[in-house]
Design a protein around this ligand. Structure first.
Ligand code: F0G
Length: 459
């Protein structure tokens, strides 16, 4: 008998332990919003029905990860759990030095403390906010050199995360003091869009020509590798593990937030080949993170991550992950919600500027959409636009290239009926979009303002 092809995407797991969701009313949520000064980071998570704020550290661990936690060895130095972790990292990313940290930004802080400094320039396809902040905190300049299609929400380029090679070459040839070149896979701030193997090879060639080390910000490496398998000529049918190893072989090092694809609730690492640089980084690690065989993590965390790395590269998991995110994105398009295309790996990005054409970008259309999604349906999303990126280091304010609202899907956490509910809430929002007010900021810190800024609606 032929094997019939079924349309329904089933979660390739069963539920083993459940967490209750507290139901709330729109009236309650309006009250909570005012108390949080319309900043969704200031809500109590208990007051959220479906939390799509981030896919970072919010996923469900597997039975085998919880079992691995029991094997955690908490020795201060030389814990066997470190070696399990190191070997799992090296099986995919074969770098000589693997330095655990408590999360991705700790790796960024350490690396840029050594490589950054006034007068330096760090190129990336698009810096994530903490990456940019850590570059700028050293006095260096962070420049985003994603291809032009990567800045156009409607472009359907299959690898919108690609680096603009001509722009990178112009920067390197122009004599800028570049300590390293970064590529973020997938390109989170640009819509969870992948980078092709071909583009990475092009970046590598430029790094070789100009003698620069290439680093990956590899949080969502497995999703990126799956997109390469699906979309890049000659890559279909390959094992994702081999694609990941090819990616790693092109780089000199990586920073990692293990709260994403490695399926951890906490963790990260810095890995690299250069022994002198690794030594400098370890010296800084000891100041704030801990001894190099645990670096800010418990032995049990290291074990859970080692197991997570084995699970995230499984094809059944990745097929479900990418297809179910696309299911959300395609349903939103059908409901008349403009979204960034193609649909990203970990998230769907609503194009708030297109949905709310009556709002000036400096009245934060992304914030308006995010607030309304919470008020209407208790769905928490994240503005990635002028609130997050509109404030320059000198304090001036300018519209970000795009005003997006990210619906990030935690790994293995929500079922299809949760996602169907989100689709319904977004459809309801689209019908009321023309009536949504803009926002103004009434109080903000100097850096990373989106976490703590206070807003008020513009009457
Ligand atoms: N790089 C990228 C591409 C990220 O997406 C993140 C975190 C980091 C670095 C920093 O890692 O949080 O472990 O310190 N992104 C989360 C998000 C916070 O919601 O996208 P971290």
């Amino acid at each position: 008998m032929d094997e019939p092809a079924f349309r329904t995407i089933i979660e390739p797991f069963r539920i083993h332990s459940v967490e209750p969701i507290r139901m709330t009313t729109a009236a309650e949520r309006r009250e909570r919003l005012a108390a949080a000064a319309y900043n969704l980071f200031q809500l109590h998570a208990d007051d959220v029905l479906i939390d799509l704020l981030t896919d970072s550290g919010t996923g469900a661990m597997s039975r085998d990860q919880w079992a691995a936690i029991q094997r955690g060895d908490e020795s201060y130095a030389g814990s066997p759990s470190y070696f399990v972790f190191r070997d799992a990292v090296r099986d995919l990313f074969d770098f000589a030095h693997v330095i655990p940290v408590h999360q991705g930004r700790a790796a960024e802080r350490i690396l840029f403390t050594v490589l950054g400094g006034p007068g330096k320039t760090v190129p990336n396809n698009t810096h994530f906010d903490t990456t940019r902040a850590n570059v700028e905190a050293t006095g260096a300049t962070a420049v985003d050199l994603v291809i032009p299609e990567g800045r156009d929400p409607a472009s359907r380029h299959p690898f919108k995360g690609n680096m603009d090679l001509a722009a990178l070459e112009a920067l390197l040839a122009g004599g800028a003091d570049v300590p390293c070149v970064f590529v973020t896979i997938t390109n989170n701030s640009g819509g969870g869009q992948p980078v092709s193997l071909e583009n990475l090879r092009g970046v590598r060639a430029l790094c070789d020509r100009y003698g620069k080390p290439l680093f990956l910000d590899a949080c969502r490496f497995a999703e990126n590798a799956w997109f390469i398998r699906e979309r890049e000529a000659g890559q279909g049918g390959r094992d994702v593990v081999d694609i990941v190893r090819d990616i790693a072989a092109l780089a000199d090092g990586m920073t990692m937030s293990a709260k994403k694809d490695p399926m951890g609730n906490i963790g990260g690492w810095l890995a690299l080949d250069d022994p002198a640089l690794a030594q400098e980084c370890r010296n800084l690690l000891i100041l704030t993170e801990g001894f190099p065989t645990y670096g800010g993590l418990a032995g049990r965390d290291l074990e859970a991550l080692a197991q997570g790395l084995k699970e995230v590269v499984q094809h059944d998991y990745l097929r479900y992950r990418i297809t179910s995110t696309a299911y959300l994105g395609e349903a939103l398009q059908q409901a008349g919600v403009p979204v960034l295309t193609p649909i990203g790996g970990h998230a769907v990005y609503i194009d708030a500027r297109a949905l709310l054409p009556h709002l000036d970008p400096l009245h934060y259309p992304g914030q308006a959409v995010a607030v309304a999604l919470y008020e209407l349906g208790g769905v928490r999303s994240c503005e990635i636009g002028t609130v997050m990126f509109g404030r320059r280091p000198d304090g001036a304010e300018a519209a970000a290239p795009m005003d997006l609202v990210r619906l990030a899907v935690p790994r293995r956490t929500y079922t299809q009926s949760h996602i169907d509910y989100v689709i319904e809430v977004c459809g309801c929002l689209a019908e009321r979009a023309h009536r949504l007010p803009g926002y103004r900021i009434v109080e903000e810190p100097d850096a990373l303002r989106h976490f703590t800024a206070r807003f008020e609606p513009i009457a």
